[in-house]
Design a binder for this molecule. Structure first.
Ligand SMILES: Nc1nc2c(ncn2[C@@H]2O[C@H](COP(=O)(O)OP(=O)(O)OP(=O)(O)O)[C@@H](O)[C@H]2O)c(=O)[nH]1
Length: 297
């Protein structure tokens, strides 16, 4: 008997905001390539997460959640990044939350359907469903007539169903040489990951609206022996927002910096010295030139 062929390919992970796409990709690749927060629209970029095993290599393309087209340039950028991720992939994976099929899920499905790609459905957060007997009728209802090649109930957070998902996705990918080196985990630079880990704290520690007005730019990134020395600027859109980010006596900014530093140290396994600044760049989120300067290209 011949050994089964090595399989490899790109899988676009799409869905409405907050269904757990980034959590899932991180869990599959075993490394935090994409930041996570309880707020919708945390992911702003298209990010690759590469999962290599003996049987094959799955290259996940994490995407910003597809949302109703906002007016601002940043929203257009995010939807473009999500739709663009569907080009040049072998497979589209629609992620939804167990027990829910909202209008925005239907819209994400329609976007995927239009591409004509083979597609699968990933039902995430099954840990939230107490009575598991509810799951089968739900699966039947949401998959009926939608042409999914397979349906995978999982819990990205608890790590349930992920081996079946890996096997199932590999079955649907073509026989191929690996597309990336065995030890590659993402296409993104360390600088990018650091900026994202700082932004993750902004998403988590600031109120409901403010995180969407922030962007992070790394000003310098130096390795000094065992130390990583980083300076970064948090951009906001108005001076009132800057006052909130800094907080009374600088307390908020210190808390953000400390949590980000710990996250960066954990991720890079080295000591980190992090210097944070906050500056106003008026209406950056609706300014194409500012967006490009901040790395949204
Ligand atoms: N209970 C439960 N929560 C989960 C699971 N997966 C993700 N979450 C939570 O759902 C929230 C959103 O997760 P993300 O991974 O940021 O979701 P996303 O789809 O990438 O979100 P966007 O960036 O808005 O597109 C976070 O609070 C996660 O901790 C899961 O399997 N079970």
């Amino acid at each position: 008997m011949n050994e089964p062929a090595f399989r490899a390919g790109l899988v676009a992970v799409i869905g409405r905001p907050n269904v757990g796409k980034s959590t899932l990709v991180n869990r599959m690749v075993g490394y935090k390539v994409s930041i996570v927060s309880p707020k919708a629209q945390t992911t702003r970029h298209r990010i690759l997460g590469i999962d290599t095993g003996e049987a094959g290599q799955i290259v996940f393309v994490d995407t910003p959640g597809l949302h109703a087209e906002g007016k601002r340039a940043i929203n257009r950028y995010m939807n473009r990044a999500a739709r663009g991720a569907l080009a040049d992939v072998e497979l589209g994976a629609l992620v939804i939350e167990a027990g829910q099929w909202r209008e925005a899920d239907e819209a994400a499905f329609a976007t995927l359907e239009k591409t004509g790609l083979p597609r699968v459905l990933i039902i995430n957060k099954v840990d939230r469903i107490r009575d598991k007997t509810e799951l089968l009728p739900f699966i039947a209802k949401v998959s009926e007539g939608r042409g999914f090649a397979a349906v995978f109930p999982v819990s990205a957070e608890k790590g349930a169903g992920l081996d079946d998902l890996r096997r199932g996705l590999l079955d649907l990918l073509p026989a191929s040489e690996p597309l990336f080196g065995e030890d590659e985990i993402t296409d993104r630079s360390e600088r990018f990951l650091v900026a994202e880990l700082i932004r993750e704290q902004l998403m988590r520690q600031l109120g409901a609206e403010l995180p969407y007005a922030t962007a992070v730019v790394i000003d310098s990134f130096k390795t000094e022996g065992k130390l990583l020395r980083i300076a970064a600027t948090i951009y906001v859109e108005r001076s009132g927002q800057k006052a909130i980010v800094i907080g009374a006596g600088g307390t908020r900014m210190r808390a953000i910096g400390q949590a980000a530093r710990i996250a960066i140290e954990r991720q890079f396994e080295r000591k980190v010295f992090l210097e944070l600044w906050c500056k106003v760049r008026e209406s950056w989120s609706d300014d194409e030139a500012a967006l490009r300067g901040f790395g949204y290209e």
